[in-house]
Design a binder for this molecule. Structure first.
Ligand code: NDP
Ligand code: MG
Length: 419
């Protein structure tokens, strides 16, 4: 029996994880659920289905709504008030983080965005296995996260990184030549930059192969998701950025590859279904029988590959640049992107302005450091903390969070209409 805490339980990854749990109640027990609070009815349903001891709600105002929803749904199920044990409800900005620190075997971090960073660090500090879907926390925290993790404590849930972990079992670290990340190319594959200007948020939400949350779906359309994944792979598997490639594979059946020094390339394939890497994330290194459907080898099929068009989709190059700078640069890249995703979704900016704005904010961040390679926290005046690039070896959590806040402000200023 594995005790699990699921952060982001009402999202795309969270709900799929709970589907797996429902089918395997003899294998998994849900200790706590955490969500933002925008879908109270679903959260209440999950609480009644799984009876966790704790439920964490970031939006504290939603606590009463959750209690009411719990009673209403319980009565619809024919349960009397006395029959129901209410979970302990944690509420407020630190609630998910408190849930991350609970005693359990594995925390699945499936929160969206840099809000996942502190819960990631708390999970690692508690010594619990971290099944990591929230790639942003790794990208933003960089070495703060990798250095807090014991060997094997972070298990990737992202399909590409799960694929790489599986392929890495075939050889020794020093035999690895390159990592090859596959990308579907998103809904706008094949378009030029000029053609991308007029695409709408609704079109960006039409992902060809995956059904995911709003932010990652938009990120897959710009390909900043692949840029974040490049940094994620570098941090998880300690392979230099120059030895990680991205190739477009529209069918999303090969989830990524590892090329070994003798010219052998290993690929992991399965039809696109996150239940496979989620299940593996919860039980690594063991596999969960029947977690997902395998490939059908009886039907004619073809898998194709093409290079990424970096002119139309500059996001991977931008991430490479932020990764090479290290320190606070990836946090700035991510925060500027999160703000731009909102601005694009709200119709305030067009599609290509997402990556243009990220580049502008990153430029500003780096330009404000007099010598980017050796600026440390102590050298930065307090009113410039966040605005100034701080290198990896000298940053701490406060510096990263300040960089995140600063980049959000700058991105918001650059994407707001001039009044
Ligand atoms: P969703 O938007 O579908 O779900 C996000 C979840 O996080 C919701 O439960 C949401 O709750 C919760 N949440 C958001 N902000 C907070 C917060 N501040 N505190 C607590 N909970 C919060 O996202 P996805 O499931 O698509 O993605 C989750 C993560 O997994 C992302 O990092 C994404 O990049 C990664 N990922 C997702 C994949 C996918 O197939 N979906 C594939 C690979 C990686 P509420 O709705 O109440 O706000
Ligand atoms: Mg992925």
């Amino acid at each position: 029996m594995r005790d699990v805490v699921i952060l982001g339980s009402t999202g795309s990854i969270g709900t799929q994880a709970l589907e797996l749990v429902v089918e395997r109640r003899d294998q998994f027990r849900v200790v706590a659920l955490a969500a933002g609070g925008s879908n109270i009815e679903l959260l209440a349903q999950q609480v009644l289905d799984h009876q966790p001891a704790v439920v964490a709600l970031t939006r504290a105002q939603a606590v009463q709504d959750l209690q009411l929803a719990l009673y209403a749904q319980a009565s619809r199920r024919g349960w009397s008030a006395g029959e129901m044990t209410l979970p302990r409800i944690l509420a407020g900005p630190d609630a998910a983080n408190q849930a991350a620190g609970l005693d359990c075997d594995v925390v699945l971090n499936a929160i969206t965005g840099s809000a996942g960073l502190v819960p990631t660090l708390t999970t690692l500090a508690a010594g619990t296995t971290l099944a990591l879907a929230n790639k942003e926390s790794l990208v933003v925290g960089g070495r703060l996260v990798t250095e807090a993790a014991a060997e094997g404590q972070i298990v990737a849930v992202d399909s590409e990184h799960s694929a790489i972990a599986q392929c890495l079992r075939a050889g020794r670290a020093e035999e690895v030549d390159r990592l090859i990340l596959t990308a579907s190319g998103g809904p706008f594959r094949g378009r030029t930059r000029a053609e991308l200007v007029a695409v709408t948020p609704e079109q960006a939400m039409q992902h060809p192969t995956w059904n995911m949350g709003r932010v990652i779906t938009t990120n897959s359309a710009t390909l900043i998701n692949k840029g974040l994944e490049l940094l994620e792979a570098h941090l998880l598997y300690d392979v230099p950025l120059e030895r990680i490639d991205v190739v477009v594979h529209p069918q999303s059946v090969i989830h990524s590859m590892v090329q070994y020094v003798d010219g052998s390339t290993l690929a992991q394939c399965s039809p696109p279904d996150m239940r496979l890497p989620i299940a593996l994330g919860l039980t690594w290194p063991d596999r969960v029988p029947g977690a997902a459907q395998p490939c059908d080898w009886s039907a004619a099929t073809s898998w194709t590959f093409e290079p990424l068009d970096n002119d139309a989709f500059p996001a991977v190059d931008l991430a490479r640049r932020a990764g090479a700078l290290g320190g606070t640069a990836p946090a700035v890249l991510n925060a500027a992107n999160e703000e731009c995703v909102d601005a694009f979704g709200a119709g305030r900016i067009d599609f290509v302005t997402i990556t243009d704005t990220i580049a502008a904010v990153l430029d500003e961040h780096v330009a404000s450091a007099s010598s980017a390679s050796n600026v440390g926290v102590a050298d930065v005046p307090s009113d410039r903390l966040g605005a100034t690039h701080v290198s990896s070896d000298r940053m701490d959590l406060d510096t990263v969070l300040a960089a995140d806040r600063w980049a959000r402000e700058r991105a918001r200023a650059l994407t707001s209409p001039v009044s």
